[in-house]
Design a protein around this ligand. Structure first.
Ligand code: SF4
Length: 285
């Protein structure tokens, strides 16, 4: 009988290169624990990333991995999942990668219900390029690109993901890896697009949102919060800012992109060489 894997079994031979105290460590530990809880076979797992400090995560996980272009992890992960729906497919990246250059892909991952888990580690700053404001940087925040204070309103990623119709939306805090592990595990088990937002610190380039500040603003979602109630989830995340709700915020079941594609293949007689024009009602010219 095979022995269940431990979190340590998912550590690759490459040691993380992040700065001491980086929030990415907490998120990585949570990923190891989530994979161990589900006993995911490393050869059946693919972690896809774009560019950034958080996007280095796949190197440190014992699995298949793709370190792709800035902001393009989502489309690549979509292709991986459609090519082999038996795989466990995860995206790991940061706020700049996911919501600046990659922001155009988020609605489509969500609305198409691509069967992947997106772990977005949000430290409200660009770390890899040495401290510029990101889409989630707070108003007034001083960074290397905003020496007089950030003039922009920060994005509300959770509200966006709900509006985009993501079928699983959760938020954790890197200072609580156990909670993050539960959320990532539940996201990996979810059939469809699971978005797990992790609030994290960047001690090197973001002194304002340090770990103590984040610990002070996170609040567990109310016990009576109904995760099937989209309006309630939206109200909860719209109020965020001063206090950030953590936990599972929204979840619903609906067909996934790979299920739709399987149906198309079935209608086409099970062949990859099908005539898409026939399926969509167009006759041959
Ligand atoms: Fe982490 Fe910030 Fe260092 Fe990047 S720059 S590794 S995000 S602490």
């Amino acid at each position: 009988m095979s022995q269940k894997r431990n979190p340590g079994d998912y550590k690759s031979d490459i040691r993380p290169v992040w700065c001491a105290g980086c929030g990415n460590f907490g998120a990585l530990s949570a990923i190891y624990h989530a994979l161990a809880e589900l006993d995911v076979e490393p050869h059946m797992m693919v972690d896809v990333s774009g560019i950034g400090c958080a996007a280095r995560t796949p190197y440190f996980i014992e699995s298949y991995k793709m370190h792709t272009l800035h902001g393009r992890a989502g489309p690549v992960a979509t292709g991986v999942q459609l090519a082999n729906p038996d795989l466990t497919v995860m995206v790991t990246g940061g706020d700049g990668d996911g919501f600046a250059i990659g922001g155009g892909h988020m609605p489509h991952l969500a609305r198409r219900n691509v069967n992947i888990t997106y772990v977005l580690i949000d430290n409200h700053v660009y770390g890899l390029t040495k401290g510029q404001a990101s889409p989630t940087s707070h108003e007034g925040m001083t960074t290397r690109s905003t020496p007089y204070g950030n003039q922009d309103e920060p994005m509300k990623p959770l509200a966006c993901m709900l509006a985009y119709d993501a079928s699983f939306v959760a938020q954790g805090f890197a200072g609580d890896p156990k909670m993050c592990a539960r959320l990532i595990r539940d996201g990996l088990e979810h059939k469809g697009f699971a978005y797990v937002h992790i609030l994290a610190q960047c001690p090197t380039f973001n002194a304002e949102n340090d770990v103590e500040y984040l610990r002070g603003i996170v609040r567990a979602a109310p016990e009576n919060h109904d995760v099937s109630d989209w309006d309630a989830a939206m109200r909860l995340v719209r109020k965020s800012g001063e206090h950030e709700p953590v936990g599972l915020l929204y979840k619903m079941e609906r067909p996934t992109l790979d299920e739709h594609m399987a149906e198309i293949v079935r209608q086409a007689g099970g062949s990859r060489d099908y005539d898409i024009r026939k399926i969509i009602g167009l006759s041959r010219p």
